[in-house]
Design a protein around this ligand. Sequence first.
Ligand SMILES: Nc1ncnc2c1ncn2[C@@H]1O[C@H](COP(=O)(O)OP(=O)(O)OP(=O)(O)O)[C@@H](O)[C@H]1O
Length: 283
Amino acid sequence: MSAQFKGAGGRASDAPHAFQAIDAHAAYDGVPVLNGVSVDIPVGQTMAVLGPNGSGKSTLMRAMLGIVPLTSGEIRIHGTPLRRFRGWRRIGYVPQRLTAGGAVPATVREIVASGQVATRRRLSFTTKADRAAVDEALDTVGLSDRAGDAVRELSGGQQQRVLIARALAGRPDTFVMDEPMAGVDAENQRALAGAITRLRDRGSTVVLVLHELGPLEEVIERAVVLEHGRVVHDGEAPEATGECARPGHEHQHPHPDPNDPDPSPADTGTAAEMIRLEVPRRD
Ligand SMILES: Nc1ncnc2c1ncn2[C@@H]1O[C@H](COP(=O)(O)OP(=O)(O)OP(=O)(O)O)[C@@H](O)[C@H]1O
């Protein structure tokens, strides 16, 4: 458990925060989806957001990244109001259930290296350090031996690991992952859990939307459970038979439109633009 994590409720009063949602409200077409969510995420914490389908988990992630605008409340990233935050290269976003590469015959290495676009100067060549970061990212997710293969030849679970490596290659210290385990087989889940453990051990902040804790149970330091856009639990991760498994929890997959980074991004300019660089296109 990280040194910053203190006590019940998962609050850390004096630690710097990677994210703060303060009484966050959000709506789609006037329909409320977040109804006053307040969550502080200390730097270095590995935190899961759990809850039934439609409870607002993805919306909270996207609101924290400025992709979905708040109707009221506030988001702060590394202590800065989202509107003024410019440190997007610190943030690695792994979106929900995408096919890395799609029809493009890109290799695993090319896709992973594309995660460095946001951190590189325009038209600059890759440096030795860039290439080393790609090697390290591939190693972290256990795909070094597949670097030269076309992404489309990989299984869904392996492609999910490619997306994480892609986020890693930009050398961020703060990760937001939207259901990285969804649709991933047991072996790949274990490999992903290993990768996330390594991120935690190097002091990264990791925020994950999860359907269930599964092999991440040992890695997760704190769980926030949403229901109807409200926080109904904040603290220790619930037992495997707990929040997510109780009657009434019917989590469905796949999700209907995981690739839409939202047609109406928040008025954050650079924020939405930079985050979109992290979102691979399907076409
Ligand atoms: N772009 C959108 N436009 C309109 N409604 C949306 C949009 N995205 C999500 N919603 C709706 O907002 C509600 C919350 O969705 P959200 O994806 O945040 O929930 P979730 O907890 O992540 O669900 P899931 O576990 O199914 O991914 C749902 O009712 C969903 O249908």
